[in-house]
Design a protein around this ligand. Structure first.
Ligand code: FES
Length: 349
């Protein structure tokens, strides 16, 4: 690589024509490198100092973002409510964004304003790395180190060290602190559904009558629970476990229930949590009665016990047994027939 002090004189490049001759019409002039314009910081030490302070400030902002995300992680724990989860996620995300943006913008600004901006011409060369090349690369690293000016800019050195040293904490601390968390798989065995729980539309909570559903209807359903349950800190978790997709088929199309007698007059209710790795399955194809998981395309046939007809899932979706009460509302007859969730969780307890 050589430094370009003067633009290269133009010269012609002469590729071969289709017949092997040099095509005159294909010739073009090498435009060379644009004229070099020094930056303000190259000639004005005060401008360089201003840029240095700005870069240091950006690294400090990054460090503050990291500390902020850690404070948010410990101080604003999700309390089980939707608002709590949103607030916690928002604060963590903002902290990490400030942290990363601070480092990124500072690095770009440093490169554009303080590092060497001389143009270089790099000739094409073989990709093999000879001893000579390695030596050149090492020299370039050393030159880059000198160009960065970090040795004589202790404020920058300190601030970049602070930002880079702290940033991994915003990822490592949540990971480490989750070790030893609550991994008790038996909590997937029981959900809010129990005998007599009415089915309600999600999110309105309106109760569902069997007579309201026409053939082909699809509804996203949650259990109708007392107000104190909905206001409890574990509602959001329990609701997530209990979500159901309700579909009305023509009873003649129904080949079998996953759990015998679990449907009502062609109305079937299955857990929305995919048995592969837990995405919500919600794409229903009325003609085939197939239910598709958008994550990895596992497909379940809800006319045939939600058995897997395609994709990586290994088990049918758990079925919620349903019937109607005296007023015609759909109610659960029991909890799901087996633990909800992915196959890698123990489902037999
Ligand atoms: S989570 Fe449904 S197919 Fe993977």
């Amino acid at each position: 690589m050589s430094e370009n002090q003067n633009p290269q004189p133009s010269h012609d490049v002469t590729p071969h024509g289709g017949d092997g001759t040099l095509a005159q019409a294909d010739r073009f002039a090498d435009p060379g490198v644009p004229e070099h314009h020094p930056r303000l910081a190259d000639s004005d030490p005060r401008a360089a100092k201003r840029n240095e302070r700005l870069i240091a400030l950006l690294f400090v902002v990054s460090a503050i973002g990291t500390v902020g995300s850690l404070v948010a992680y410990f101080a604003v724990r999700p309390d089980g409510t939707t608002e709590g989860v949103r607030l916690s996620t928002l604060l963590l995300g903002v902290g990490m964004a400030v942290s990363l943006l601070g480092i990124g913008i500072a690095a770009v600004h440093w490169a554009k304003t303080l590092m060497s901006n001389k143009e270089y011409i790099e000739e094409r060369h073989s990709s093999s790395s000879s001893a000579e090349v390695r030596e050149t690369v090492a020299t370039q690293f050393q030159d880059g180190y000198k160009d960065s000016g970090i040795a004589r800019r202790p404020v920058l050195l300190g601030s970049v060290g602070l930002a880079l040293a702290l940033f991994p904490l915003s990822i490592a601390v949540p990971l480490v602190s989750s070790v030893g968390g609550d991994w008790n798989v038996s909590k997937f065995r029981h959900t809010l559904w129990q005998k007599g729980t009415r089915l309600a539309y999600d999110p309105s909570g309106r109760l569902i009558k069997a007579a309201d559903l026409t053939v082909g209807s699809v509804a996203h359903v949650i259990p109708d629970v007392p107000a104190e349950e909905r206001e409890s800190h574990h509602w959001i978790t329990e609701k997530a476990k209990a979500v159901v997709l309700l579909v009305r088929l023509d009873p003649r199309d129904l080949k079998r229930d996953h759990r015998e007698g679990a449907s009502h007059d062609g109305i079937v209710a299955y857990s929305k949590i995919c048995t592969h790795v837990g995405c919500p399955v919600a794409l229903y194809e009325q003609q085939t009665h197939h239910l598709l998981c958008p994550c990895h395309q596992s497909t379940f046939d809800i006319a045939d016990g939600a058995k897997v007809v395609f994709g990586p899932a290994k088990r049918p979706l758990p079925q919620l047994p349903i019937t109607v009460d005296d007023e015609g509302y759909l109610v659960a007859e029991d909890d799901f027939n087996e633990p909800i969730g992915p196959s890698y969780w123990e489902r037999l307890k």
